[in-house]
Design a protein around this ligand. Structure first.
Ligand code: API
Length: 263
């Protein structure tokens, strides 16, 4: 099948964007995301008409291993950019987007968007382990699960495989973030994403890190700049919700022959 697609990213977290209501399977998604035998991406964003009130479009997000997730913070900005560039929505108005985690709204801001990511939920304390090193962390839900671990420095962490974690605490798996404070309200973060492995950026993860960082300092609101390997995101937590601001780029458009993929 000859399938039109677009390719985009938000701070290096990259996505294949599918317009057609093509029947997706975990195997097809993984083949599309394969960086050698496919197009290559951290995930797939499929544009679907939304059937419930509040938004015209639904963001059908898949991780690169073919698993589904409730939400994708970098993906929702790229999705909004694609809706604008494909003429589906106006470019200077708020863009409501339906997701598995509920409605999200993207506001155009500079070269990207500022997204209302919904209210974070603190889940309590848990742990992650890499080799012999065990890390205490704070659980945060952004609609998807996160474990946020403060560390003295993020550089030496070996993130080529999933950190071990408490599967009773996270029965659906977890995105594990490690962060260090560079200066007050300015952090550096790396992430091992559920379903995608280490990525250059994780939007929901930066929100979770900002919430956990503020909480560790006895604060429930604030603005935190988070440097990720793929760029910079800014998270603002207020009394009602969490805002994520960052870039969104559509790099290319093309066609993929799904019969030529390996799956
Ligand atoms: N891997 C995540 C979904 C993508 C999150 C990330 N790419 C973002 O920008 O929020 C999960 O399984 O919950």
């Amino acid at each position: 099948m000859r399938l039109p697609y677009a390719k985009g990213h938000g701070t290096g977290n990259d996505f294949v964007i599918l317009d057609a209501d093509v029947p997706l399977t975990p195997e097809l998604v993984a083949a599309l995301c394969d960086r050698h035998f496919g197009i290559g991406a951290d995930g797939v964003l499929r544009v679907l008409p939304n059937t419930s009130p509040g938004a015209a479009w639904f963001m059908d997000y898949w991780n690169s291993d073919g698993s589904l997730s409730e939400m994708c913070g970098n993906g929702v900005r790229v999705f909004a950019r694609h809706l604008v560039e494909s003429g589906r929505v106006a470019e200077d108005a708020p863009i409501p987007i339906a997701t598995r985690a509920g409605l999200r709204t993207a506001l155009p801001e500079g070269p990207g968007f500022r997204v209302d990511m919904g209210a974070p939920v603190l889940l309590g304390t848990s742990w992650a382990q890499i080799g012999d090193a065990k890390f205490d962390g704070v659980g945060v839900s952004m609609g998807n699960p996160h474990l946020v671990c403060p560390v003295p420095t993020v550089e030496p962490l070996h993130l080529w495989e999933s950190p071990a974690f408490d599967t009773d605490f996270y029965p659906e798996g977890v995105n594990v973030e490690f962060y260090t404070e560079l200066e007050p309200d300015h952090l550096r973060m790396r992430v091992y994403e559920r379903g995608s492995g280490e990525t250059l950026s994780c939007g929901t993860g930066t929100c979770a890190v900002a919430v956990a960082y503020l909480h560790a300092g006895g604060r429930t609101t604030g603005t935190v700049t988070v440097d990720v390997p793929g760029g910079r995101l800014v998270v603002t937590v207020d009394d009602q919700t969490c805002w994520l601001a960052g870039p969104a780029v559509i790099l290319a458009h093309g066609f993929v022959d799904t019969d030529a993929l390996r799956y």
